[in-house]
Design a protein around this ligand. Structure first.
Ligand code: G4P
Length: 533
């Protein structure tokens, strides 16, 4: 098949949600409906139920050995579907944000009882930054939830996106009777007893269908028509360009647990979701059907199996054809490397691939060559705009507890921060290592992994800072003055960019006022902007 046809048949997306809204259940049901797995329970949940380290470690250990859950690919109706897994826990939100830089669209799951939640908002912000097309699945319709009108209002106002109902529910909770598909003009009846995957729906276009009247009741039918009239007048109708540009989100109602609304979601997704498109590089736009390969690493997974110390770098292919054993150009290290066993992930199996295409994700075994954001090409010096690192809000100093293992500690800290687990800053005098994160849990993860993978022991000592901001200026003298004045609160990131640690928002404001020639950055995208100049 030629490159253009391969691109056309691919859909690469992520399912995102606030924890507990039903992301894992929906993912599993999509795999079941897609024929990729045969039994429920085959997808390992990656969520941390109680936020304890032991739970997390157990899960990470399992995931480390079976990394296939990072990408779940399957073929459905001749379309290659690539689902990229995202962690649910908020302390790992950055990992999710980075994964979003590698997808062409997303399905956002919202719990009909809880409505828009904290992570829903944050994830949508990242989607908006990139104009990612979004479909929304309102889940748990078998529970008494917020009235759909109110829910739609909440989605529009809180997520700042126009919504367009694709289906409309008939009742909810115990009275949930099914959905009406506004596009196919068809009612699908919900039955709570139905658990089989094959076909859980009774569908009818005929409003006089006795089965429909018996099951739904005449009152419900009359209410449905009233509501549909209202919906038609109040909300946008589906518009492909607006969806593709990320302004309009088609909306579905269902119950993932009861297999209801999932097939419809999958089939509509395949119809409307975009195939791999143009990607904005820092130097130029990259078209997927360019002959030459380009791709970037958006995730690095440590292999926690002590027998296999290497890591897997996940690369999203942006253009061209990726081939096994061919030499590619690593643009940061400016060296050529090739891969003898690139891995693809089909549902729960991984296997070595000979070639892969735009939209695909390949796992590259790595002994330390890759950092998040690294690019491969066929010689061109190109970089892709990922999702920037966010300014860390918790900062702690690494205290070495075993001086004989200093080298191992250094190596471990460097490698883990390359993986994007946390950010590393160095402070002088004394080469102090400071680790910045957005969540508490990372410190436990780092400590555990240092001990188990690198044989090093450390503790973390709290620092009185609440934020780290990168500082830049065109006025070098002013920067030198600032650094001299604030020396106790200055450190350097891994690329030697100066960073200012603020003790409070007030101190940050004061520093901004006193040094107007200096810019304080709360995300790392100034580095990309510098490349664009
Ligand atoms: P997450 O990945 O977004 O964190 O959510 P997950 O799928 O794990 O679902 C969270 C809980 O919500 C699970 O229950 C799951 O069974 C339930 N759930 C998912 N979809 C539906 C639905 O359509 N209706 C109802 N009523 N519940 C749903 P749990 O008790 O936390 O876990 P489990 O013991 O059932 O696995």
């Amino acid at each position: 098949m030629d490159l253009k046809s391969e691109i056309k048949k691919r859909r690469t997306f992520a399912i995102i949600s606030h924890p507990d809204a039903g992301k894992t259940t929906l993912t599993e049901k999509l795999l079941l409906f897609g024929g990729a797995i045969q039994t429920a329970g085959a997808v390992r949940s990656n969520k941390i139920r109680k936020t304890t380290t032991s739970d997390f470690m157990e899960i990470e250990k399992q995931r480390g050995i079976s990394v296939s859950t990072s990408v779940m690919a399957f073929d459905y109706n001749n379309i290659r579907v690539n689902i990229l897994d995202t962690p649910g826990h908020k302390d790992f939100a950055e990992d999710t944000y980075r994964t979003l830089s590698a997808v062409d669209s997303v399905i956002l799951v919202v719990d009909c009882v809880k409505g828009v939640e904290e992570q829903t908002r944050k994830l949508m912000e990242v989607c908006r930054m990139r104009n990612t097309p979004v479909m929304i699945f309102i889940n748990k319709m078998d529970r008494e939830g917020i009235h759909p009108y109110d829910l739609l209002d909440e989605l529009e106002s809180e997520l700042k996106i126009a919504v367009c109902p694709y289906t409309w529910p008939i009742g909810n909770g115990k009275q949930f009777k099914g959905v009406y598909n506004l596009f196919k003009e068809e009612v699908q009846i919900y039955s709570p007893e139905k658990t089989s995957v094959s076909e859980s729906l009774i569908s009818t276009k005929d409003i006089k269908d006795p089965k429909l009247r018996d099951y739904v009741g005449i009152e419900n039918i009359n209410r449905l028509w009233e509501e549909i009239d209202f919906v038609g007048s109040m909300f946008e109708s589906f518009n492909m360009p607006l969806y593709r540009e990320g302004y309009l989100a088609p909306l579905f109602f269902g119950s993932a647990l009861n297999n209801f609304g999932v097939l419809e979601l999958l089939e509509t997704f395949l119809e409307i979701a975009p195939c791999p498109g143009v990607i904005q590089g820092s130097e130029r736009l990259v078209e997927p059907d360019e002959e030459q390969l380009t791709g970037f690493v958006f995730k690095i997974h440590a292999n926690l199996d002590p027998n296999h110390r290497d890591r897997i770098a996940f690369m999203r292919i942006c253009s061209g054809r990726f081939e096994r054993n061919k030499f590619y150009f690593h643009t940061r290290l400016e060296k050529k490397i090739r891969f003898s066993s690139p891995t693809s992930f089909m549902a729960n199996n991984k296997s070595i691939v000979d070639e892969a295409f735009p939209g695909d994700v390949v796992g590259l075994y790595d002994s330390g060559n890759f950092k998040i954001g690294d690019t491969l090409s066929e010689g061109e010096l190109i970089h892709f705009k990922g999702v920037p690192s966010f300014s860390p809000e918790i900062l702690r100093e690494v205290v070495n507890r075993d001086p004989l293992k200093t080298k191992q500690l250094d190596k471990g800290v460097r490698q883990m921060t390359d993986e994007g687990v946390a950010q590393l800053f160095m402070q002088q005098p004394g080469n102090r290592k400071i680790i910045g994160t957005v969540g508490e849990l990372q410190y436990e993860v780092i400590k555990f992994r240092l001990e188990h993978e690198y044989g090093a022991k450390c503790t973390f000592s709290p620092l009185p800072f609440i934020k780290a901001c990168w500082v830049t200026t065109d006025d070098k003298k002013e920067l030198d003055k600032f650094i001299a004045r604030k020396s106790g609160a200055i450190a350097y990131d891994k690329e030697n960019n100066p960073v200012f640690f603020a003790e409070s928002e007030w101190m940050l404001k004061l520093a901004r006022e006193n040094f107007p020639a200096i810019t304080f950055h709360e995300t790392s995208d100034f580095k990309i902007k510098a490349l664009e100049k």
